[in-house]
Design a protein around this ligand. Structure first.
Ligand SMILES: [Zn+2]
Ligand SMILES: [Zn+2]
Length: 233
């Protein structure tokens, strides 16, 4: 499945703009104005917080719990994390002042602009598969289905525990945090096959492990406390 994009560069004043600039993601030869996130046009109106979350989580490094001086910028464009330290210093980010653990956490979130945009598209596709989400208008459906296949209502599950996710959970907040988070099967790969939504509790439990490592870890615990566990083949 594929879709050719217009790809015209869009003007941007951000000092963190990607190499080659932001681009138009409308289909090639489209009519009207260029747009970077046309696939979010419906969600922006119907569920603005979800649309904002998709943009933020696909292009920014995740917010850090660390808030101290040397903790560093907690949200930064993922593609900026591909730049060498000297380039980042010119942009006002002094990597040498950060603790090595913070540097490695930021660096492992690095991703090219194109990969971030594909992740945003996949998250939009997954959103329309969530139980309780309104169906997309036809042009958006066709766009997303050309990329990822049919949108099936009520099929999006938590990436970690595989329970169906309900749309209402996007809005239930505990201590200011949404109950649904963006999550990665392998936390070090920001790609469409690795991305999904997960319950906040499941995402926290998985931590920095890959899903496979996480399930093995749980299985070992269960075995130690007396459960019978069989690994699926
Ligand atoms: Zn365009
Ligand atoms: Zn879950």
């Amino acid at each position: 499945m594929s879709l050719e994009f217009c790809s015209k560069p869009l003007s941007s004043r951000s000092k963190f703009k990607p190499k080659g600039g932001h681009r138009c993601y409308l289909p090639k030869d489209h009519k009207g104005k260029c747009s970077e996130f046309p696939f979010l046009a419906h969600l922006v109106k119907y569920a603005p917080r979800v649309a904002k979350k998709i943009v933020r989580d696909s292009i920014m490094t995740t917010g850090a719990a660390w808030k101290s001086e040397d903790a560093g910028p907690n949200r930064i464009r993922r593609w900026a994390m591909l730049l060498p330290d000297a380039e980042l210093l010119k942009l006002g980010i002094n990597m040498s002042k950060l603790k090595p653990i913070i540097v490695s956490k930021l660096r492992e979130k690095a991703a090219e602009y194109g990969a971030c945009m594909s992740v945003a598209q996949k998250l939009a596709w997954l959103t329309y598969g969530i139980e309780g989400c309104e169906a997309p208008p036809d042009p958006i459906r066709q766009y997303l289905e050309a990329l990822f296949g049919r949108i099936m209502p009520n099929t999006t599950t938590c990436l970690v525990c595989k329970k169906p996710i309900s749309f209402a959970l996007f809005h239930t907040a505990q201590r200011g945090k949404a109950e649904i988070e963006t999550s990665h099967s392998n936390p070090r790969l920001h790609t469409t096959v690795n991305i999904g939504f997960a319950h906040r509790a499941c995402n926290i439990a998985q931590g920095n492990k890959t899903l496979e490592e996480f399930y093995d870890w749980i299985a070992e615990i269960l075995l130690r406390v007396g459960y019978t566990v069989t690994k699926p083949s």
